[in-house]
Design a protein around this ligand. Sequence first.
Ligand code: ZN
Length: 475
Amino acid sequence: MNLLIRDILAVLPGGAEVCSVYICDGVIASTSTVPKGFKADKIIFGNGKMLIPGLVNAHTHAAMSIFRSCADDLLFNEWLFGKIQPMEDLLCGDDCYWGIMLAALEMLRTGTTSFIDMYYFTDESARAILESGIRCVFSRGIAGDADVVESKLRTAIDEIDRWSGNGSGVASADGSGSAGTNGSGSVGADGSNYSTGDGSIASGNSSIALGDGSNIANDKGRLTFMLGPHAPYTCDEGFQREVAAEAARRGIPINTHLAESLAEIDTIKERYGCTPIELVDRNGLLTETTVAAHCVHLSDSDIRLLAERGVNVVTNPVSNLKLANGIAPVMKMREAGVKLALGTDSAASNNSLNMFRDLAMLALIHKGANHDALAITAREGFEMATVHGARAMGHDDLGEIRQGAIADLAVIDLDRPNMQPLNDPVAALAYSANGSEVETVMVGGDVLMENGEFLTIDKDRVYHEISAICKRLGM
Ligand SMILES: [Zn+2]
């Protein structure tokens, strides 16, 4: 399949310029000359449009879109333990399937083409992700003490093996997370079956047989995995050490939450006499493929440690503000050389998955808080929302419009008063756009939304199912 995006203002790594983008089999073949023998199967005309790399939401819990606007104006512990967790106890796998579909609608609608997720019900989540066509790195959230770590890891690893095409190839249809028919779902002890060495998990072109007899393709590794120890206050030291050891053994990256609230800092200090960053580091969880969300409350030595270990920190400005957790020391982290990406967190704490809002908020709060208009520039914020997010996912071939990159792209309509005059395209994206300008979106060259119409998801059905779930949960 060859796709041509003709004469469009494209935001390239070196700056915005008008060019034509030639896409062959989901990869950008050229942004200048016509590739040899290229014949377009489909043409998108770029007049009056702008082309950007699809945004990368590097931290979210997509299925929690079900909980939008039902637990607001609460402090973090009250929000999590008082409201959210009791409702989560009532969720079933089907709920998560529809929750992810709703999240995919919102993300695609606002130009996000990939996300790093942590939640439960991996099988239903995987089905929703693959059916929608969006790109995702999924991690089953796991927590507890040393007594339960083995069984929780087993479940998570079995799911990863199955959906990566390494296991028996049979996914449970009941959301129980049980292993496939051979019950082992094992891979080589060195993890070489799915570790690409750059921190990502290559799934290849595996076709997964579902329990109901149907098949679903994990096309070109669109769905990959991390291990998700939830947080230092929900996973004890023995748990953390076992997860770190298994992750290292198999070459699977870690996705976790760190130093989100002051309550967490106090709890960890009381239990262990150190900071959350020091704790997880001494248990082996901080590596150059680790993705750590939040990192709001950090000492100077915490920041040095995050930089030294090469951790991918994902800042979540809107969620941190809304839950009154504070403002992450992003400027200090940047000065120390910490790798930084951007995420929304869930729609239960944001209350949106619209990366344009987080992009503007990121730049604005750090300018204001630091009395420095250069604190985060439009270009820096945009790169955190695209190419640096892709790096956190383990991709060095994503998040940029250049030859050889995967064609995860969004077309922006410039026929909007808030996008005129377009003096500086990247400033307009960071400070003027609100996400509604996104018109057409593709992932791996597959068009998932065209002129605002969803091609892979039945929007009305999703709204209907979500409304029924909310009713059942008593929301
Ligand atoms: Zn989170």
